[in-house]
Design a protein around this ligand. Structure first.
Ligand code: FMN
Length: 392
């Protein structure tokens, strides 16, 4: 029997399907994906990082790279992306943004997202302590991403000083794609797995006034959604499975890399942002980095604060902005292809509408996860001596 999850109410909107499509940068979730998810009755999230790449005609570039944050996180493009996503949504679901706390010009992007009509702001990759102060009295839902009950307390205490609490909270577990809120070691420890962290974070959300909790990281099908709703959550955030949709904004070659990936290709790597990141490690860029090939990197876009204008890129061996943008454009040789640990389960392309119907139990799901073996995605590859991560 399929599970029909209840609608999700956050601040001043209600979506019929409690599925948040997670923001995916650079450019994996722009207007096409976010608009389609909202149209199907969910929360469609536009990634605000590197919007300069959406349309480079009016952007100052060097070697095809948007120059400095003004061009990289571009105002005009962000406005156009939001407008287009909302048009595609046609008044259904909700359209919002994902803003990494680590990006340069964070305050500007918060203000522009509100001006562009975002109904909610999801913010992680750092503690978004200043978010309410930048949002001011705008009637927009503010949704921080957390990794533990301690972080819930920290954020709520600080936000209360600004006279508001989170409208919802996302707990992102260590099976998610891209940057992680945990150390390399924690990512494979039972204590930090989503199932085990959820009850503790739910308690904290209850203590702060029943803040709706949304869980993310490794959620795959209707049965997973039921499992977490049984625990008491109000919604799920999913990203990797949406890469296998026609509407996903990435180039077809990006989608192909995910479709062809094997379980053992998806690992944690070091990132210049300072957190472990999960992606496909058997692609040429990461293979070169692992082999010690580290060409000098000149920082053009200055995308995130913790990289210190390319200092960290040079230590890690690649530029996060350039590599993610190359992947989005389907450049296999130089791209960095983020994926959650479920990436290898993406076996077909489908429409967002179809996928949303499967997730909400209205349609049979031929890719429902049958095995249910609790696989240790981060277990050391046997005999290789290589532990949880590919890039030590
Ligand atoms: C390709 C890709 C890019 C991502 N980029 C971002 C991002 O820019 N900001 C962010 O907060 N999370 C990002 N994430 C994490 C997702 O929003 C989401 O929370 C997570 O991947 C959920 O797990 P799942 O992929 O197993 O469904 C990214 C994930 C993927 C797969």
């Amino acid at each position: 029997m399929a599970f029909n999850p209840p609608p999700l109410k956050i601040r001043n909107f209600t979506v019929p399907i409690p599925v948040v499509q997670g923001g995916m940068g650079v450019g994996i979730s722009w207007d096409k994906l976010a608009g389609a998810v909202a149209h199907a009755g969910g929360m469609g999230t536009v990634s605000t990082v590197g919007t300069g790449y959406w349309n480079t005609e009016h952007i100052r570039t060097i070697n095809g790279r948007p120059l400095k944050p003004k061009n990289f996180h571009n105002t005009e493009n962000l406005m156009a992306i939001l407008k287009s996503a909302k048009e595609k949504a046609g008044g259904n679901g909700a359209v919002g943004v994902n803003i990494l706390y680590a990006i340069t010009d964070y305050e500007r992007i918060v203000k522009e997202s509100i001006e562009g009509g975002a109904q909610y702001i999801i913010s992680g990759a750092g503690l978004p302590l200043m978010l309410p102060s930048y949002a001011g009295d705008a009637d927009v839902a503010l949704i921080p991403i957390v990794s533990s009950p301690r972080v819930v307390d920290l954020i709520c205490k600080r936000w209360k000083r600004h006279g508001r609490l989170p409208d919802a909270i996302i707990l992102e577990g260590p099976k998610s794609g891209g940057h992680q809120g945990y150390t390399f070691e924690q990512c494979s420890e039972p204590e930090y797995q989503l199932e085990n962290m959820t009850p503790r974070v739910l308690e904290a959300c209850k203590a702060w006034g029943n803040i709706p909790l949304i869980v993310a990281g490794g959620v795959w099908d209707n049965r997973d959604i039921e499992r977490f709703f049984d625990m008491g959550v109000s919604g799920v955030q999913m990203a990797t499975r949406f890469i296998g949709t026609h509407e996903c904004d990435a180039d077809d070659h990006f989608k192909q890399v995910i479709l062809e990936s094997r379980k053992e290709d998806i690992r944690l790597i070091k990132s210049p942002v300072g957190y472990p990141a999960r992606g496909i490690v058997t692609t040429p860029l990461i293979q070169r980095v692992m082999a010690g090939v580290r060409p000098k990197i000149t920082c053009i876009s200055n995308c995130v604060v913790p990289c210190h204008n390319g200092e960290e890129s040079n230590k890690v061996g690649y530029c996060i902005a350039d590599s993610l943008a190359d992947a989005q454009q389907g450049k296999f040789e130089t791209g960095l292809f983020f994926s959650g640990s479920n990436g290898y389960r993406v076996k077909r392309m489908q429409s967002v509408q179809e996928l949303m119907e499967k997730l909400s139990g209205q349609r049979a799901d031929e890719d429902a996860w049958q095995g249910r073996e609790d696989d240790q995605d981060d277990a050391p590859a046997s005999g290789s001596g290589v532990a949880a991560y590919a890039v030590p």
